[in-house]
Design a protein around this ligand. Structure first.
Ligand code: ADP
Ligand code: MG
Ligand code: ZN
Length: 474
């Protein structure tokens, strides 16, 4: 029998706030251990949590970015468990009434679009970090109480590569929306991977195996590449798989059992009596709605539709917002947006990378780029001269027209002058000239190249080609 994989992801993302979720301590990565702590985030007796409004806003915004409903009523619950990095002995989370639910994420995969349903994105808090030394262990509570969003997908994913594409698309959206920096190296994104297998074509769900706490996307892919065949082989042997939590061993490249999965009742969820329910007002939500930006995929599709850009160019311009903005400002109302895109993607981003400058520090305005491409299109300068003009524009901010004048880069459209050069080239290259006359059209390109060279790139190439051909055909 053939089997297929069913995958659902729970993705934890640290929100980009200045302070923690329930106290005023800094939400700051990399400080010395236990320097951003207070009685609230240390869970000392008698303290009360105060919700971080920015975190509530970012949660609602995430809901909108992921096409979720924002329920008129949500609440916080306590999830009880006992672990050294959890100072209160419970985590504040949202159990049955989350702040957002019922959305979807669309992303490109293979040569099509995929839509994965989002069950919910709910708000909770991060825990501290255990550190193990040679003879003792320590806990750093700087991270305890940092606002954390858990984004739960429906089991709509079907394979390792698709899961990775989903995660990449998800963080692209979150970064674009200013929800999180999603810096994986700083542990800002962590993922629980749920996977089961079932006979291909059936709709029931097999026993769910959860692989905990993955902190790289390539790890997610590799864990799935291991786990799916493992499950298929087990089922093929007639084994009955049970719900289970497993750990990914990065070094060995295998998953191994941690525990049989606990149930919701093990956590003894209860509504947090210290926190009021959340009932977002329409006016507040309307303000959040104004924060919704154009998302990367939508921008890519629009760049292809409105400017006729090839998918590759649109892809580059969607992932770099500032570059895309610069492109649009230059291409607006211009007849050759593809030409502009070439200069933005190749020359501009190349020069930025080389110089280490930010786009905001670029000395010329988008209108100058339009002028440059306009001159190439009108045959005023040759495209090789345009490279030189661009470099000069980038270095000094001087207008392209002025650079062309000053450096004498204007293309020669003077038939008489080009004709003279053509005569010289034909005389100097009798072999290729004879080849062309003997029926080898490719020889013309060589001769044209020689004319361009002798004119120092200034001859109008189309004119040079036409004149050469006329002379050779006699
Ligand atoms: P729990 O309450 O144990 O966290 P949920 O039912 O809420 O479990 O699901 C958590 C995640 O597991 C979701 O992303 C969901 O899509 C996924 N999931 C649920 N059942 C399965 C299954 N049988 N196979 C694969 N993924 C599953
Ligand atoms: Mg879970
Ligand atoms: Zn604190």
């Amino acid at each position: 029998m053939e089997y297929e994989a069913v995958i659902g992801l729970e993705t934890h993302v640290q929100l980009k706030t200045r302070s923690k979720m329930w106290c005023g301590c800094a939400n700051d990565y990399g400080a010395p251990p236990n320097t951003h702590v207070c009685p609230v985030c240390l869970g000392l007796p008698g303290v009360l949590p105060v919700p971080n409004e920015q975190a509530l806003r970012l949660t609602a915004l995430t809901g909108l970015l992921l096409n979720c409903e924002i329920p008129a009523f949500a609440k916080f619950d306590r999830k009880n468990y006992f672990y050294p990095d959890s100072p209160k002995n419970y985590q504040i989370t949202q159990y049955d009434r989350p702040s957002t639910q019922g959305g979807f994420l669309e992303f490109e995969f293979g040569d099509g679009l995929r839509r994965v349903r989002i069950t919910r994105a709910h708000l909770e808090e991060d825990v501290g970090k255990n550190q193990h030394f040679e003879r003792h262990s320590g806990v750093d509570f700087n991270r305890a109480g940092v606002p954390l969003l858990e984004i739960v997908s429906e089991p709509d994913l079907t394979g390792p590569d698709e899961a990775q594409a989903y995660l990449n698309a998800l963080i692209e959206v979150l970064v674009r929306g200013g929800i999180s920096d999603c810096d994986l190296e700083k542990g800002m994104v962590r993922c629980d991977v749920n996977v089961s297998v079932r006979p291909k074509g059936t709709t029931g769900l097999g026993a769910k195996i959860e692989i905990k706490n993955m902190n790289t996307f390539s790890g997610v892919r590799r864990a799935l590449e291991y786990e799916i065949p493992r499950q298929i082989a087990a089922v093929g042997r007639g084994e009955v798989l049970r719900q289970q939590t497993r750990r990914w061993d990065e070094v060995a490249g295998i998953t191994e059992e941690m525990r049989s999965k606990e149930d919701a009742q093990d956590y003894r969820y209860l509504p947090d009596p210290d926190l009021l329910p959340l009932m977002p007002e329409p006016g507040w939500l309307a303000v959040v709605r104004t924060l919704v930006p154009e998302l990367p995929l939508a921008r890519k599709q629009r760049l292809i539709r409105d400017y006729g850009l090839p998918a590759g160019a649109a892809e580059v311009l969607k992932s770099n917002v500032a570059l895309g903005d610069f492109f649009e400002a230059s291409a607006k109302g211009f007849g050759n947006p593809k030409g502009i895109a070439n200069y933005v993607i190749n020359n501009l981003s190349g020069s930025l990378a080389q110089s280490g400058l930010e786009l905001s520090q670029v000395r010329f305005r988008p209108a100058a780029l339009q002028e440059l491409v306009g001159m190439v299109d009108a045959g005023r300068i040759h495209s090789s001269a345009a490279q030189e003009v661009f470099a000069e524009m980038f270095a000094t901010g001087e207008a392209p027209e002025a650079i062309v004048e000053r450096k004498g880069l204007a293309q020669v459209n003077d038939t008489g002058a080009i004709e003279l050069i053509c005569d010289e080239v034909i005389a100097a290259n009798p072999g290729p000239a004879a080849d062309f006359r003997g029926g080898k059209p490719a020889a013309l390109n060589f001769l044209k190249g020689q004319v361009m060279k002798r004119s120092q790139g200034k001859a109008n190439p189309a004119l040079a080609g036409a004149l050469l051909e006329r002379k050779l055909r006699g």
